[in-house]
Design a protein around this ligand. Structure first.
Ligand code: UDP
Ligand code: MG
Length: 304
């Protein structure tokens, strides 16, 4: 059986079309299937449309979160309830064409544990694509699995991988990266990408930055290690500079002209210290979040 998990946040205008295209595609696969819509606190009447879909189609299940918990939390809520041997995720805004799902399934059938879509001819702005490129490089390095598109949520996972993802009790999660840490073999499948027809992307600059921070601090100690190394390097340089100044004083005698240079150097050090403090704070904050063990989302309604 195939489970399709779809996070929905104010996508009322694309849901009917999405359901139609999805049902068409899934029927053609000839397998049993279910579609789990997770309403992530929509306020535009998406839930009424989902209720109607549930009433007319018994393969449609709906999980409603009590407020907006974010895309990854919503996907997780759906994964926790999905029954399929294969779980496919995709966006509700029709930027991921449902017609590409069979190609992902074929990759799983070929023996891979995870099949990730790679958006070719991506229909997003230049800046967004540039940012994605950088994030993909860093994520690949940090996770240790090279992938060209970690941001694409059109993906298929084998049940064993989904179970391990769901078992992780971390508060902040980035599902594609997490899946790759558990998967034995990962395939990347080129998929089409369409422009958003209704509404606009929910990922502004700040939200994307937040996601990058989650990724980096959630999957590695790299930032803090880089800071420690830089700190060591700076300390050694400072020591050498001090020695140099001492020698110079012996040879040239006292000088005052260099005062401003010293200020510049001081600011450099102070900047580094603040940076280091910020990074330490980030990890401490994370530890705090983890020890609180707050729920990652709250379900208010389930239509099965
Ligand atoms: N989404 C969600 N909760 C959120 C933000 C987004 O469930 O807080 C869903 C949204 O409905 C869509 C998917 O996540 O199905 C991708 O969102 P979006 O299209 O805004 O992101 P982009 O395509 O720009 O990466
Ligand atoms: Mg989108």
């Amino acid at each position: 059986m195939i489970s399709v998990v779809i996070p929905v946040f104010n996508e009322a205008r694309s849901l009917a079309d999405l359901h139609h295209r999805l049902a068409q595609t899934l029927k053609e696969t000839g397998e049993a299937y279910e579609v789990v819509f997770v309403d992530d606190g929509s306020t535009d009447g998406s839930i009424e449309i989902l209720r109607a879909l549930h009433a007319q189609d018994r393969t449609v299940r709906v999980v409603r979160l009590n407020r907006n918990w974010g895309q990854h939390a919503a996907v997780l809520a759906g994964m926790e309830r999905a029954c399929g041997d294969v779980v496919v995720t995709l966006d509700a805004d029709l930027q991921n064409p449902p017609e590409e799902i069979p190609r992902l399934l074929a990759a799983l059938a070929a023996g891979h544990d995870v099949a990730g879509g790679r958006r070719v001819g991506r229909r997003d702005g230049v800046l967004r694509r540039l940012a994605s490129w950088a994030v993909n490089r860093v994520t690949s390095a940090v996770v240790g699995v090279r992938m060209r598109d970690y941001g694409c949520m059109l993906r298929a996972y084998r049940r064993s991988v989904v179970e391990r993802i769901v078992a992780c009790q971390e508060a902040a999660q980035f599902i594609p990266a997490l899946a790759n840490t558990f998967a034995g073999s990962v395939a990347e499948v080129p998929v089409a990408h369409d422009a958003r027809e209704h509404g606009r992307s929910r990922y502004g600059l700040f939200r994307l930055l937040r996601l990058c921070f989650d990724l980096l601090t959630g999957f590695s100690l790299l930032p803090i290690q880089v800071v420690s190394l830089t700190g060591m390097l700076v300390a050694v340089l400072g020591l050498a500079f001090g020695l140099f100044l001492g020698l110079r004083r012996l040879i040239v005698g006292p000088e005052v002209e260099g005062v401003f240079t010293l200020f510049a150097i001081l600011f450099f050090f102070v900047g580094l210290q603040i940076l280091a403090l910020g990074l330490i704070g980030e990890y401490v904050g994370r530890i705090y979040q983890e020890v609180r063990r707050r729920p990652r989302y709250v379900v208010s309604e389930v239509l099965d």
